[in-house]
Design a protein around this ligand. Sequence first.
Ligand code: FAD
Length: 299
Amino acid sequence: MNLEQELSRILRGGYKKDEPMSLHTSWRVGGPADYYLYPADREELKEIVRLQRRAGLPLFVLGNGTNLLVRDGGIRGLVVHIGEPFNYIRREGVMLRAGAGTPLTLLAQRAAEEGLRGLGFAAGIPGSLGGALVMNAGAFGGYIGPLVAEVVIISPEGEEVRLAPEDIVFGYRQSNLSGRGIIVEALLKLKEGDAEALKEEVACYQAERRRRHPTQPSAGSVFRNPPGNPAGRLVEAAGGKGLSIGAARVSEKHANFIVNMGGASARDIEALIELVRQRVKEKFGVELETEVRIVGEER
Ligand SMILES: Cc1cc2nc3c(=O)[nH]c(=O)nc-3n(C[C@H](O)[C@H](O)[C@H](O)COP(=O)(O)OP(=O)(O)OC[C@H]3O[C@@H](n4cnc5c(N)ncnc54)[C@H](O)[C@@H]3O)c2cc1C
């Protein structure tokens, strides 16, 4: 069987060939994925991982694509989308067990409705639970890492593995879950709270985001905050606001956001990232590091 016959055999949800990644990233940029896969469950994921090993193909895992700059040449090999089939939430006492494809906002809303406290900060972060765990997503002083009671992955050998909190190290916008396999599920430990107050908290955080964030396509904060100084403040003080290359522009509303004004290429965005870094380096001697992940090939 050739690769395409194998993929058709494994995937009930199918796959697409040469699928533009711009359709799957919040920045709306990115060239084609050779094979874009829609796995329906864990068994299919295990088979995909085994096939990938046999065929010696690269494999990239995609959540909601909200922290990614995919270059214009796209991604070689397989892109595995952890989407709808992995979107579920179940209550277990004061914990929630959820699939890696569950949108964070949905999780925060459900926790509030259940009267479970701890996930309010996640309301409005546009990623999936899987992406949030890899990135240790956080906001308003809260992070996903400390809530984790268990993470279930499909290992690079194609086995289902349950990771305990002591197996996982979370840092500022990073974790050692990166590259360890495909996250399929997590159990989050919360605390009892008052549902009405928690629902109000969720609404407040969402309103705060609408107030602070630009509306054009972006990937959220581009740069990590260096110790003691928010990156956005440094960019603004270096005269970065409004800088643009092609249709990529540093947002006037939030200097740590680069927005796609319509038709930007990944190359525009990457060049603008470099320009902003240079400006901040010249003015303050600080080397900004990206929080967004840059993947794929140049055209
Ligand atoms: C408007 C806006 C606001 C934002 N605000 C915040 C914020 O307040 N705080 C914050 O932390 N982030 C924020 N972000 C960034 C982003 O939403 C988070 O980093 C989010 O957690 C990424 O999740 P994702 O599903 O989109 O991941 P993706 O962008 O799809 O992937 C990110 C990384 O995780 C890996 N990955 C994804 N899913 C899996 C999986 N199931 N198994 C293994 N690896 C996986 C990918 O390979 C990639 O390396 C914002 C983004 C936008 C566009």
